[in-house]
Design a protein around this ligand. Structure first.
Ligand SMILES: [Zn+2]
Length: 136
């Protein structure tokens, strides 16, 4: 025959065990981005309309993405929050993805800017000539 004290201890253990199981179930039923640290939920309403979603859109969350820079071959990580910004704030097409590391991206930006400048520079004298023409 068990004493009241023993029974109470057993009941308490059982209750604690149940609580742990409930907590575990609660965590498992949550979307994976809540469990893993770096992931962010996708706000589909903020995205460009799309007929079929790429993997992350289907999944419903952004996750830090490892990729290789196509210019210098460096191993890079495209952070989840940068992806969210890229697709939802910059409204980039959901099919686009990161291809260059930060330094190469800056170089590419500078190259494009100087090309634009060159194109504008050669266009300027022509427009000046045009404005210089007087009809009388
Ligand atoms: Zn690079």
């Amino acid at each position: 025959m068990k004493s009241n004290k023993q029974r109470r201890a057993e009941l308490r253990l059982e209750r604690e065990h149940k609580k742990t199981k409930q907590e575990l179930r609660r965590q498992l039923s949550m979307p994976p981005y809540v469990l893993s640290g770096g992931a962010l939920p996708v706000n589909r309403a903020a995205l460009q309309p799309m007929c079929c979603w790429p993997g992350w859109g289907e999944r419903g969350f952004y996750q830090d993405l490892a990729f290789t820079c196509k210019d210098c071959g460096a191993q890079c990580v495209w952070a989840a929050k940068r992806q969210k910004w890229w697709y939802e704030v910059m409204k980039a097409h959901p099919d686009t993805t990161a291809v260059r590391c930060a330094p190469c991206r800056a170089k590419e930006r500078a190259r494009k800017a100087s090309e634009r400048e060159k194109a504008q520079g050669s266009a300027l004298p022509a427009s000046k000539n045009n404005s210089g023409v007087k009809y009388k």
